[in-house]
Ligand binder design. Structure first.
Ligand code: ARG
Length: 574
């Protein structure tokens, strides 16, 4: 039971005693409890005006009546200030309660079962075939991955979907280029980059010889018609891309439940188009079929080109139906850059107009901002791209240098360098509100100070080290006595742990992993402050030492969970 619940129960009992026939539940009261802006106003406050209506009494009267009856082990004392009941916790009791609750269920503090029986589809990463994975793809991949873990942690069934960009006329050109100039070994060896080179060459040569465009079109037609050779080459392109990308996913620890992408919906769009037509939602515009969205202040959505070709949104419509039927999702999240705002607004509106609002209302565009690199905007046109794999490898290399310098005797340096390097990049990406643009900067990402991944990881390793030393000195957490744990530093740590479950829930409701990143960072900061001002191990005070070790162990556990939820590993030594 968390703190709030304990206090809510004390208040509910008091209310029952003071007000006849009062039927306030603990949950209702827990929901009303606030965190005062200043500790002088208590650790929690109950704004009694929210009870005035139910109890038909003035707020100050309610507060005054409840005050003398709110006694419980956890509450040290209460004060009535106007219509507020300010609650001051018994610090040692708080410490004992929270620490024991965390340690009772390692790795599960903040988890819940709110999602039990419900399913969330998460569409993230969703890479394009024959394009290299650059740092612009980091956010979709990591926000999606973090959200998947957060929903899992709350009992949801989750389905991670990599909605591959594997359809479009450009693939006809690529096959054409391959047939003209490509060779199998080169592509196998060079991977995606070899395909990109072929594509670039195709464009350059097509400028001189426009007949190449017809050749490209005819190869695309072959792919569409299921020609064996065309399909073989094309699906091999796909396999090579996925193999290349897998290296990055392995570094990041990211995986998917489905790789059904655009091509998967080739044979699933007809019924959707038929339904749109039947419901009179399609109108002709210059030979093409569009859904008019004038009344919703949006440009028309192009569903079928004049030659009958389908589009990105046509495939997304089919994908929505497929996911609804296949997974019966309660939520379907699209972790895609804000540049596609309009696309998703159109998509959701069309489903609504088709009369599927009952389930399409569970669909949400989880938008995020752009990434620049050391102050410079990425631009394919200007040839300024930073590939994700290069970035991660460089981060690992730099982390390795730091380790050599700071802890040359560390065992498994390679493993830790990977954890720190990759962790620094991921943390950096998930530190700010997702909608904000971010500028990736090495010095800030890899610093061991400030709000960085390495800083939080280091705090975790510090906790591990304290506990290792204690073990070596045969000091245990047994018979802990928390009565001395009443200082402000410990209280800060404890309150941050106590609020962790609420933050996890909020992060989930807002699809905002950064809330967990920042809260976990605050916890690390608070613990470091505690660590510097208090001696943890004291041979003359075994019971007090046990309490401080237990607190350290709880901090270690919660930091590890926080990092886990945002997809960052927590090394035990660094
Ligand atoms: N492949 C697309 C792109 O790179 C993103 C796909 C997002 N998912 C979706 N269902 N539309 O822009």
């Amino acid at each position: 039971m968390d703190m709030k619940q304990i206090i809510a129960k004390a208040i509910a009992d008091a209310a029952l005693e003071c007000f006849e026939g009062c039927s306030l539940t603990c949950e209702e009261i827990a929901a009303m409890l606030e965190l005062p802006p200043d500790k002088k106003m208590g650790d929690f406050a109950l704004p009694c005006f929210r009870l005035a209506k139910t109890l038909r009494k003035g707020p100050p009267m309610i507060a005054a009546a409840l005050a003398p009856k709110c006694a419980c082990e956890t509450i040290d004392h209460v004060e009535v200030v106007g219509g507020y009941l300010n609650i001051f916790l018994s610090r040692s009791c708080l410490a004992k309660n929270i620490v024991e609750a965390v340690l009772a269920n390692p790795g599960r503090w903040g988890s819940s079962t709110v999602g039990e029986g419900k399913t969330v589809c998460l569409d993230y990463s969703s890479i394009n075939i024959a394009k290299r994975f650059h740092i612009g793809h980091l956010s979709t991949t990591m926000i999606g991955h973090a959200l998947k873990r957060i929903y899992d942690f709350n009992g949801y069934k989750t389905v991670g979907i990599n909605h591959l960009g594997d359809w479009g006329s450009q693939f006809g050109k690529m096959v054409a280029a391959y047939k003209l100039w490509g060779n199998r070994e080169e592509v196998e060896r060079g991977g995606v980059q070899a395909m990109v080179d072929l594509y670039v060459r195709f464009h350059a040569e097509a400028e001189k010889d426009p007949s190449l465009d017809d050749l490209g079109r005819s190869w695309f037609k072959k792919i569409e018609d299921g020609d064996a050779e065309a399909l073989e080459i094309f699906s091999w392109f796909k396999a090579v891309t996925l193999k290349d990308t897998q290296r990055v996913y392995d570094l990041l620890g990211v995986s998917f439940d489905s790789y059904n992408g655009e091509a998967f919906y080739n044979d699933k769009m007809e019924p959707v188009v038929a339904e749109l037509r039947e419901k009179n939602l399609l109108v002709e515009s210059q030979g093409a079929q569009v859904v008019n969205l004038d009344s919703y202040n949006m440009p028309p959505a192009l569903v079928l080109r004049s030659d009958g070709a389908t589009l990105y949104i046509t495939r997304d419509l089919a994908a929505a139906f497929y996911r609804h039927n296949e997974y019966k999702f309660d939520k379907c999240l699209y972790v895609v850059a804000y540049q596609q705002n309009l696309h998703f607004k159109q998509l959701f509106k069309i489903l609504d107009l088709m009369g599927h609002g009952d389930w399409s209302k569970g669909m949400e565009h989880v938008a995020f901002g752009m990434v620049s690199y050391e102050g410079r905007a990425l631009s394919t046109r200007e040839g300024f791209v930073v590939y994700l794999e290069d970035l991660l490898n460089k981060a690992i290399e730099k982390a390795r240098e730091i380790i050599e310098e700071k802890s040359p005797n560390l065992p498994n340096k390679d493993e830790v360098a990977r954890q720190i390097g990759v962790g620094a990049v991921v943390y950096f990406d998930l530190h700010n509100d997702r909608i904000k643009d971010i500028d990736f900067c090495w010095d800030r990402a890899l610093s061991f100070e400030g709000e960085t991944g390495p800083y939080v990881q280091y705090t975790h390793a510090r906790c591990c080290s304290v506990l290792r030393k204690a073990e070596a000195a045969s000091m245990t957490m047994e018979n802990a006595d928390f009565s001395g744990m009443t200082d402000d530093e410990a209280l800060d740590v404890l309150m941050l742990i106590a609020r962790f479950p609420e933050i996890v829930r909020k992060a989930m409701d807002a699809n905002e992993p950064s809330m967990i990143t920042r809260h976990t960072t605050s916890l690390a900061q608070a613990y470091n402050k505690y660590y510097f001002e208090h001696r943890i191990m004291d041979e003359n005070d075994a019971a007090g030492t046990a309490a401080r070790l237990a607190l350290t162990s709880a901090v270690r556990d919660v930091i590890k969970t926080g990092l886990y939820l945002i997809g960052v590993e927590a090394p035990e030594r660094m």
